[in-house]
Design a binder for this molecule. Sequence first.
Ligand SMILES: Cc1cc2nc3c(=O)[nH]c(=O)nc-3n(C[C@H](O)[C@H](O)[C@H](O)COP(=O)(O)O)c2cc1C
Length: 431
Amino acid sequence: MSLEINFAGIRSPNPFWLASGPPTNTLGQAVRALEAGWGGVVWKTIGEPVVNTVSRYGGLDRGREKLIGFNNIELISDRPAEVNLREMAEAKRRFPRHAVIASLMVESRREAWHEIVKRAEDTGCDGLELNFGCPHGMSERGMGAAVGQVPEYTEMITAWVKEAARTPVIVKLTPNITDVARLAEAAARGGADAISLINTINSIIGVNLDTLEPLPTVGGLGTHGGYCGPAVKPIALNMVAACAQKVKIPICGIGGIATWRDAAEFIALGAGTVQVCTAVMHYGFRIVEDLCDGLEQYLQRRGLAGVDQLRGVVTPRITDWGHLDLNYKIVARIDARKCIGCHLCYIACEDGAHQCIEPNLGPGMERAQLHPRVSYPAGMRVPRVREDECVGCNLCALVCPVEGCIEMARVENGLPFESWSQRQAKGCGTS
Ligand SMILES: Cc1cc2nc3c(=O)[nH]c(=O)nc-3n(C[C@H](O)[C@H](O)[C@H](O)COP(=O)(O)O)c2cc1C
């Protein structure tokens, strides 16, 4: 099966592109990435000024898992534009079938945009991505998020770029705004051929409690940076879905993608292609093999002929809360053959949710003696769910450490579909 895509007129052997960032900073990296199997590269953003700080990155770890979140205060490429453009031209010459995209950010003047568009397209690149999203450093200078947070500016600059561009224009959106779909609509009004999202989220990754310095530290001081990596995926999925419901132009999904499953979720919610940054900074270019194999096998298993057949299939299922079925019912069922008696489900339900699980502590055992690391042979201390009181919230299944031990089972209550909006329309809603 072919994973080939045509995204807003840009052809690529697969939907996996490297996002603009450190992995796409040089020709050497682009060549190794495309040789490794990436479908395309969005070059590290070029423009002015060429400046950076030391240090620049911060990470959020949980237990033994490193970098569930990642934060940076890096600016755009710190190599001169002419060097980047020369190298982009060489990358395109060597990889004519792959997507080579220029990422651009210049001051908000029509002539400045016209000039950089021309210089970028002279490289033979396949498209342009406008970086209206950089949350730090550039926005203070009227660029990046300063443009991307104001729909009118987004529309205006997109229109300037379209006056000069011959290749497809992708507008990269910032997530640091209340309603990202308004930006998507503004980009579409400006003539964008596609949008990509998300760029990084404003954040402070942490504080060093020994030195009392913010992280990452530049000589004892810190500043807000851009958050990305696995932790931002749910935010990005929501934003992609919101845009997919509002605009018709193609969408490139970005944010926390590390596995083929992540990518498939973005595609199912409306993305035509995806971009990856943090996962490659963490594990290297080689992850693309698993991304391609996994996606290909998934499409085959589902009997889909290509990426396009998955695109957007879940988008219509995202609706307002007021349209959900209030009569839908599920309850927790514990599989006694798998339960190790740790009682995490009981504690979570009792203290953090709806008090519908009864403990099975054994003779003389107090609740206070429960410890999440204490377990029993399967089936020996199985808590009991009071199904008639269970609200089906999922919490017990989410905290249970044993795969498949707690199932949320459908209960047929014979009641018809009824949403909050329907109830209100009938005049029987309560607040
Ligand atoms: C260190 C770093 C530098 C980045 N530089 C740029 C950049 O120059 N231009 C840009 O459009 N996005 C830049 N990004 C944002 C990424 O392209 C991407 O939108 C974001 O990291 C979310 O994807 P991820 O979760 O896969 O990292 C950068 C991200 C990181 C981590």
